[in-house]
Design a protein around this ligand. Structure first.
Ligand code: PMP
Length: 435
């Protein structure tokens, strides 16, 4: 009997005993290719010596100093690193311990921003139906899956949902990408008008949708049109890059590829790449300065914010990615992964779509390519696939079922940035043998 309160108490888990490169090993020394980076986390793979050294050095100096008494040099350096590379005027980095905390901080910052500038009726958030933003109560309220929210209603944050940008399913025949983006922008505009712009704080979206939709990237002009609609109504734009950020798409910040910057951005997962738990919310100068000029104090905080060894791990991870030009590899290996998956599944009746950006790749399964009907609305396919893949020594991230208009079944592949061409082919071949 285990005394750990596992999420699924009925599931028998093996022990992760050792990690090396792109593989994890269990208690029987069986190796598993980490083709999903856990959940798009382990972008440097496992056991990276430079990251381990940086953590040990910081641990020897100081592991923890409470943020109301001290800052540390690594925390300052990490903030500089991120602010110098973040798009627009995203210059103020607020460190937390993970993705949900980053989203929670973003929601509270948006609310407080409007209080500071005397628009405190702006309390509503608009998000998208197929999305995941975390499991804390605020993040849960804006997430798109109604079934996740159901046991916890009523939630404290008033949230409303519009359609995600899902070209494979929702772009109409004969509709250009621009026309499709325009239609979605108009839906957002109608929702803001329906709620009254004076009541809307922010629109929240994942730049590239991760867990709920298998690396669903927006069409080219979508985020630009969304940015325009938000600006027209004085609504803040919050982009959640907890999964898609930190180089996963081949760009350090995914939205840079779309040519826009949000008012607030959230990151986590790849930031510390699993070596330490860390996330961040990055605020634009516009939002930050309003707090500074107002009460001068963000009404939020956590015990472990700006944690020294977590900062050291994240700084080392980001420096290795830059030093070794790994984002070039992400772009090249991502192209290879999609191309090999398309080849190997060309005649597979149930593979409807292979998509994504960089090493953030989704495969969507359907009953048949014409109807695009969900393969197995009962959620069984993805559980079965995961089990078979683990038997074959492959870790991948499946998600499935059609619930409340959320479409499945998907598998998310998010392998480490250090993958070689041979590693990618091995992932594709093992995946193909599993499906
Ligand atoms: N936002 C997105 C886009 C995510 O994918 C996740 C985690 N899957 C979260 C937020 C929540 O992050 P965490 O699990 O670290 O709290």
């Amino acid at each position: 009997m285990t005394h750990v309160f596992h999420r699924n108490p009925k599931q028998q888990l093996d022990f992760a005993v050792r990690g090396e490169g792109i593989r994890l090993y269990d208690q029987n020394n069986k190796g598993y290719i980490d083709a999903s980076g856990g959940a798009a986390v382990s972008c440097l793979g496992h056991g990276h010596p430079d990251v381990i050294r940086a953590i040990k050095t910081q641990l020897d100096a100081v592991a923890y100093a409470h943020s109301s008494f001290f800052t540390t040099q690594v925390t300052e350096d990490l903030a500089d690193f991120l602010a110098q590379r973040a798009p627009g005027d995203l210059d103020h980095v607020y460190f937390v311990s993970g993705g949900s905390e980053a989203v929670e901080a973003a929601l509270k910052l948006a609310r407080q921003y409007f209080v500071e500038i005397g628009q405190d009726t702006r309390r509503h958030f608009i998000a998208r139906r197929q999305s995941y933003h975390g499991n804390t109560l605020g993040a849960l309220a804006i997430g798109g899956n109604a079934w996740r929210r159901a046991p916890f209603l009523p939630l404290l944050v008033p949230a409303h949902h519009v359609a995600p940008c899902y070209p494979y399913r929702d772009q109409l025949a004969g509709e250009t990408e621009e026309q499709y983006a325009e239609r979605l922008a108009q839906e957002l505009e109608s929702k803001i008008q329906e709620l009254g712009p004076e009541n809307v704080a922010a629109f929240v979206a994942e730049t590239v949708v991760g867990a709920t939709a298998g690396a669903l990237a927006p069409v080219k002009t979508y985020l630009q049109r969304i940015r325009q609609v938000c600006d027209r109504y004085g609504v803040l734009l919050i982009l959640d890059e907890v999964m898609s950020g930190m180089g996963r798409t081949g760009h350090l910040f995914a939205c840079a590829e779309d040519g826009i910057a949000p008012d607030i951005l959230t990151i986590a997962k790849g930031l510390g790449a699993g070596y330490q738990p860390i996330g961040a919310m990055i605020a634009s100068s516009k939002v930050y300065n309003a707090i500074l000029a107002g009460s001068g104090f963000f009404q939020h905080g956590h015990t472990y914010m700006g944690h020294a060894t977590a900062s050291a791990a994240a700084l080392a991870v980001q420096q290795v990615i830059e030093r070794d030009h790994l984002l070039d590899n992400v772009l090249a290996r991502g192209e290879q992964l999609r191309s090999e998956l398309r080849d190997v599944f060309a005649n597979h009746p149930n593979v409807g779509d292979v998509r994504g950006r960089g090493l953030f790749v989704g495969v969507e399964f359907v009953q048949d390519k014409a109807s695009k009907a969900t393969l197995d609305p009962s959620l069984k396919t993805h559980a079965k696939l995961k089990k078979q893949a683990m038997q074959n020594g492959l870790m991948m991230y499946p998600m499935g079922g059609t619930i409340d208009g959320v479409h499945g079944d998907h598998v998310l592949l998010a392998p480490p940035f250090i993958c070689t061409p041979d590693d990618i082919s091995e992932i594709v071949n093992t995946f193909a043998a599993t499906v």
